[in-house]
Design a binder for this molecule. Structure first.
Ligand code: FES
Length: 105
């Protein structure tokens, strides 16, 4: 096994989908959230090294729309609705390299 540096911030968005009638999953809501979040982050910080990546289950399935800020402050955002997108995007881009809040946005 080798190690490689992971540059920039990584934000994971659950897009896991289970068959109907089974345990809840993020599925289509997660995909819509992922695309919207990418767009908003790009508009706030064009070219910034914040990568919004689809991922499998993050273990909070009952909340359906789940975002993990892996390389930032480690927060798991759950129950994310379309009304939350402005605030979420601003939070994700406002952490400085030292992981402190930048209130200038
Ligand atoms: S299916 Fe999204 S957190 Fe489990």
């Amino acid at each position: 096994m080798n190690e490689a540096p992971l540059h920039g911030r990584v934000v994971l968005v659950c897009t896991a989908e289970r068959p109907p009638g089974t345990k809840p999953s993020c599925g289509a809501a997660g995909i819509a959230l992922l695309l919207e979040l990418r767009e908003r982050i790009e508009s706030l910080r064009p070219g910034d090294e914040i990568r919004v990546i689809p991922t499998g289950c993050l273990g909070a399935c009952e909340h359906r729309a789940v975002v993990a800020d892996v390389r930032g402050d480690g927060t798991l955002y759950v129950d994310v609705s379309p009304e939350d997108m402005d605030e979420l995007a601003r939070r994700l881009v406002s952490l400085t390299e030292e992981d402190t809040w930048d209130t200038t946005l």
